[in-house]
Structures are given as structure tokens and as C-alpha cells.
Design a binder for this molecule. Structure first.
Ligand SMILES: Cc1ncc(COP(=O)(O)O)c(C=O)c1O
Length: 400
């Protein structure tokens, strides 16, 4: 009898390992590596959360809590949904978990049966296909075209829906493309979804605070209130409050789904860290005033990255409107040889060459179901970004 489960074979292995292992080796050997592969803000945790966390330790808030979130945190999440998204959720419609990651996993585990399909627009966040597979579902990909700013085309979405479709996973601002969805565009998506009442929608709004357009961020449940019962609205503390390590994510949705997600969570992790919950409570209760300063920094960095990349022959890049990633097309570099005579044929080859020759780590698009592209995170110090892009430009110029 095989030791590893059959299910393991369905879980994609991390495609980022080759580059990240090499980056570690080169750094250990003393090379100056600039990592543009990070997936978290480089800012400190917002002070209100940090002090509330310390206070929670001092006052002994260090025991098990209610499994899917303290009543205080659920109230704060409720207030946040109302303030930022114009959405009302009762407390029994709110779930808190160890990061948005666990929220999404709980939702899949609570709803998927073998054969159920989940539509995942590509490029996608790396964990979606793995989570769907772990829960016995089948991912179905819909390509968002770079020529269209990586927007999800409603016609393409509709073509992917079958009688077996259980969920559509929407993630805008998108990791890795930085693409966003306007209210008008969301309404066009809603129009399609109205025609398929058996389909549920998970909106992963993890980057909701990091949208740089004049039009503010909007989420599907806000623009299509008639779909409210079919939508699980997911967000969290990681990106908007620089709290990646605290591990708090949350969701609002229909009460029976939230109750089932609580059962899943109760059997695997129980409550998220009590201290982190206390910190998140205070952070959510105060308005996210830090965001406009972050926007200025990220917009400046984005513009540096985009204009430098556009100056490199063989690279094309769309201007990201949210999150902190640029996702350029590097296919124009294919067929060229590095100074050692090695031919670049894939985005992974390009990433490996950039790492070896320029000491800059990026994530190849294969990891996001979108070959031909690489993801550069501009959530690192601005002078390091300038340095990295200068090195990339030289490395590309050295190709034959
Ligand atoms: C699109 C997206 N969703 C969800 C997550 C999970 O965030 P967390 O588990 O830290 O809340 C991430 C983290 O990188 C992400 O990029």
C-alpha cells in the first residue's frame, strides 16, 4: 500500500522553489541578492495593532478563544465591512481564521465534493489550485488576457461555467498582475453570474486597501446586492495593515457556510492566536488612515519599475493598478543566449538568469499559471528597486 495519499499527486508542488533555493544558495555564498519575490508590505505593522497586541499579552488574553473569532473581533470585522464596503453581515455570518489562506481553505473544505469544479481566473494566486485539489475539487482556468490589462472577460467566464461549477474565485486587485476591477466591470461579471444561480463566488479582497485608481475599490457583493447570498467576501490583515505574521483573515457570507467553515477550523487549528485577534480588533476599529501614505510610496515605486522595464528591449509591461506587483511579459527575451551560451526559453529561465547574473530574485509566471511573464514585487526599499532595475537592464543588454 502506498504511503502518500493519491490526493498528494493532485497537489501542485511549489514552482517557486528552484529560484528561491538558488537565491538562498547565492546569498549564503556572499552574493548581494535583491529579492523582488516577496509577497508582503515592507512597512511595520500599524502601531495601533502592535500596541494592542502587547496589551493583550500584559492583560492575559493568552488563552483559547471562540473557535472562529472572538465576539469583539467579529464586531470589529462587522464594522469594517460596513465602513469600507457598505456591506452588512450579522455576527453569525462572520468567520475569522489564521489568515485569508485558511478562510479560503475552510470554504473549499466545507463545500467541495469530488468532481465539483472551481473556476480560477489566471494568472492566479499560487495557493488556489492546490487548495481546490486538496479538497477534492477540480480547478478550471480562465485566462485573463494581458492585452486587456489582465481583466476577466465576462464572455470567457461564462464559457467556463458548467453544471459542475461550484465556485468562481475572484481576486482583484490581483496577485500577481496588479489588475483591478471597476464597478462597471464587476456589474458585467454579475450579469453572467445571475444566469447561473448554482455558482457561488468567493471574492478574495486581500489587497482591497492597495488600489491606486481614482475610482475606489469595490467588491462584488456591494455592486450586486442580489447576489449577496452567493458571495463569500474574504479579506484580512496581512496586506492592508502589514500584519502578515500575525495571521488573521476573515470573511462574511451566508450563515450556513460560515457555520460549516467553523467546524472545519475547529478540527484543525481551533482559534487564531488570541493576541493577534486582539491586535486586529483595535486595528479594524480605527480608520485605515495609514493607507494614503502607503499609496504614495507604492505608486512612486511602481512608476520606477514600469518605466525601467519599458526601457528594456524584449520586455512589455502593463501598469499595475493595485497590490505591489508588476507582471511583465518577458517572451521577447526568449531565443537569446546568456554570456555562458545558455538559451532562454521560458520565464523560469529568465528568472534564473536574472538571479545568477544580476542577483535579483523574481517569481516566474509558471507559478501563477501564466508562463511568459515574471512577477516583481515592489514592496522593498525604493533605492533597492532602482538598483535592481539597473542591474536587470544591464543583464538583459548582455544577452546575445
Ligand atoms: C491573493 C491572496 N489571497 C490570499 C492571501 C493570503 O493572505 P493571508 O493568509 O496572509 O491572510 C495572499 C497572500 O499572499 C494573497 O496574495
Amino acid at each position: 500500500m502506498a504511503f502518500l495519499s493519491k490526493n498528494m499527486a493532485r497537489i501542485p508542488a511549489s514552482q517557486t522553489m528552484v529560484v528561491s533555493n538558488l537565491a538562498r544558495e547565492l546569498a549564503a555564498a556572499g552574493q548581494d541578492i535583491i529579492s523582488m519575490s516577496t509577497g508582503e508590505p515592507d512597512f511595520d505593522t500599524v502601531p495601533v495593532a502592535a500596541s494592542a497586541g502587547i496589551e493583550a499579552i500584559r492583560t492575559g488574553q493568552t488563552r483559547y478563544t471562540a473557535g472562529d473569532g472572538t465576539p469583539e473581533l467579529k464586531q470589529a470585522v462587522q464594522a469594517k465591512f460596513k465602513r469600507d464596503n457598505g456591506l452588512f453581515y450579522e455576527l453569525r455570518q462572520i468567520s475569522v481564521a489564521n489568515g485569508g489562506k485558511q478562510v479560503i481553505y475552510n470554504a473549499m473544505a466545507a463545500t467541495l465534493d469530488a468532481g465539483d469544479e472551481v473556476i480560477i481566473p489566471a494568472p492566479y494566486w499560487v495557493s488556489y489550485p492546490a487548495m481546490v485539489a486538496m479538497c477534492g475539487g477540480t480547478p478550471r482556468y480562465v485566462r485573463c488576457h494581458a492585452s486587456n490589462g489582465f481583466a476577466l472577460n465576462p464572455v470567457d467566464l461564462e464559457a467556463a461555467i458548467t453544471a459542475k461549477t461550484k465556485w468562481v474565485l475572484l481576486n482583484f486587485p490581483n496577485n500577481p498582475s496588479g489588475s483591478v476591477m471597476s464597478a462597471k466591470h464587476l456589474l458585467a461579471i454579475a450579469q453572467v453570474l445571475r444566469r447561473h444561480p448554482h455558482v457561488h463566488i468567493l471574492t478574495d479582497d486581500m489587497y482591497e486597501y492597495l488600489q491606486y485608481t481614482e475610482e475606489p475599490f469595490v467588491t462584488l457583493a456591494q455592486v450586486a446586492p442580489d447576489l449577496y447570498d452567493r458571495i463569500l467576501t474574504v479579506s484580512g490583515m496581512s496586506k492592508g495593515y502589514a500584519m502578515t505574521g500575525w495571521r488573521i483573515g476573515f470573511a462574511g457570507g451566508r450563515a450556513d457556510l460560515i457555520a460549516a467553515m467553523a467546524v472545519v477550523q475547529s478540527q484543525i487549528t481551533a482559534n487564531p492566536c488570541s493576541i493577534a485577534q486582539a491586535a486586529a480588533t483595535e486595528a479594524l476599529l480605527s480608520a485605515p488612515d495609514h493607507i494614503s501614505a502607503w499609496h504614495q510610496v507604492f505608486i512612486e515605486r511602481r512608476d520606477i519599475v514600469v518605466s525601467a522595464l519599458r526601457g528594456i528591449d524584449g520586455i512589455q509591461v502593463h501598469v499595475p493598478q493595485g497590490a505591489f506587483y508588476a507582471f511583465p511579459n518577458v517572451e521577447g527575451l526568449y531565443g537569446r543566449q546568456d554570456p555562458d551560451g545558455i538559451m532562454l526559453n521560458t520565464a523560469a529561465d529568465v528568472a534564473t538568469y536574472w538571479l545568477k547574473s544580476a542577483g535579483v530574485a523574481v517569481v516566474p509566471g509558471e507559478a501563477f499559471g501564466y508562463p511568459g511573464h515574471v512577477r516583481l514585487s515592489y514592496s522593498i526599499a525604493t533605492d533597492r528597486i532602482r538598483q535592481a532595475l539597473e542591474r536587470l537592464s544591464q543583464a538583459c543588454a548582455a544577452l546575445l
